[in-house]
Design a protein around this ligand. Structure first.
Ligand code: ADP
Ligand code: MG
Length: 347
């Protein structure tokens, strides 16, 4: 399936805009702060049901209450479907709505048409960036292929927020009502264990895969969640004001076969190859599990890569529908890309 059109309303800096996308390559060109990453995010929202930057609330244009992203997708027979995501915030209540051909769906089902692979300079720092960058990578890779993971992650995030609010209550009042914790603890444990298991499986998949560019192993540093572990950290979490165990505290170490950690000794070049290799693994998993082609969203990565790595990315761009942003045409036009649609922002 491919994404054919995109229309935005009060989405970040876009008041009302329409775009036509190429079935192969769409290049978005424009100066800094013109809205390139916002456009990529809008596509991400339309295909996955959630943003890839800050809070989803921030997608709504300043001063507005409702943001809409809509688009047409089409299968190989030319059969089309209309997708729409609406984020709204009224009287302090934030809501998300998902529509397929105008019929409301759950996000878990909505995010099932075109698997999405997003690649930005943040991913290039996956080896030595913050743990959150690595957890985000895991989530995106697994969510693209696994509906249960999407469901568990949504429930887990919600339950964690509620449980942390209870901890804050205990902090303020000094008394702990065990009964109120039980419900959220159970939800967290059930969904957290499922998330950990699926993350472990994905890491295992990457480790068993024959690497194309560069060899490394991922070592899952899992923050296990269980009744016993919650009990163990019961006092510490009151001090901290947040839940201290569970997959929201996971990390992944990237190591050489010899066991050394790349963040300690890897060169910048090696770290970039690892980042690319991880994206290749993400694409391979989509192909294997779903037998579908992903759409690639490449946000401003050309200026960060050397010629050889740009060549590798261009090979991918010729295989899949791609939307790529850049500040300078020169990064892409000298190369041979097929069916290119150029969108110049700020003209
Ligand atoms: N909710 C919002 N409402 C209005 N403008 C926004 C919103 N969120 C971000 N912006 C604006 O979008 C611009 C950044 O766009 P971005 O897509 O990151 O630019 P770039 O082209 O550099 O990728 C900034 O000027 C920022 O103020
Ligand atoms: Mg940007």
């Amino acid at each position: 399936m491919i994404l054919k059109t995109l229309s935005l309303q009060n989405f970040r800096n876009y008041k009302k805009s329409e775009f036509l996308l190429s079935p192969k390559t769409t290049i978005i060109i424009g100066p800094n702060a013109i809205g390139k990453s916002n456009l990529i995010e809008a596509i991400y929202v339309l295909l996955t049901g959630k943003g890839n930057r800050s809070d989803d609330k921030a997608c709504i244009q300043f001063g507005k209450q409702v943001a809409r992203v809509a688009g047409k997708i089409s299968d190989t027979e030319g059969e089309t479907m209309d997708l729409e995501v609406v984020f709204s915030e009224m009287t302090n209540i934030f809501k998300r709505k998902y529509l397929v051909n105008k019929v409301a769906k759950k996000r878990t089902d909505f995010a099932d048409f075109i698997p999405t692979v997003h690649f930005s300079p943040i991913d290039l720092d996956i080896v030595d960036g913050q743990p959150g960058v690595r957890r985000k990578f895991l989530d995106e890779a697994i969510e693209a292929v696994d509906r249960d993971y999407r469901q568990s992650l949504t429930v887990y995030i919600k339950a964690l927020k509620q449980r942390n609010a209870l901890i804050k209550d205990v902090q303020e009042t000094g008394s702990r009502d065990e009964e109120r914790f039980v419900y959220w603890d159970n939800l967290l444990i059930k969904n957290g264990q499922r998330i950990s298991r699926k993350r472990a499986e994905f890491i295992d998949y990457v480790n068993k895969r024959e690497m194309d560019l560069f060899d490394f192993i991922l070592d899952y540093d899992s923050s296990e969640i269980s009744i016993a572990r919650l009990e163990k950290y019961k006092n510490a979490e009151i001090g901290a004001g947040v839940t201290l165990v569970g997959p929201h505290r996971d990390d992944v170490l990237v190591k050489a076969k010899s066991g050394e950690e790349f963040r300690n000794f890897g060169s910048r070049g090696q770290q970039r190859l690892i980042a690319l290799e991880l994206k290749l693994a993400q694409i391979a998993l989509i192909k294997e599990r779903l037998d579908k082609d992903p759409i690639l969203l490449l946000d401003d990565i050309f200026s960060e890569l050397d010629e050889k790595n740009i060549g590798r990315v261009l090979d991918l761009m010729n295989k899949y529908q791609t939307v790529a942003t850049t500040t300078h045409k020169e990064f892409v036009i000298k190369n041979e890309l097929m069916d290119v649609e150029m969108i110049e922002l700020g003209k």
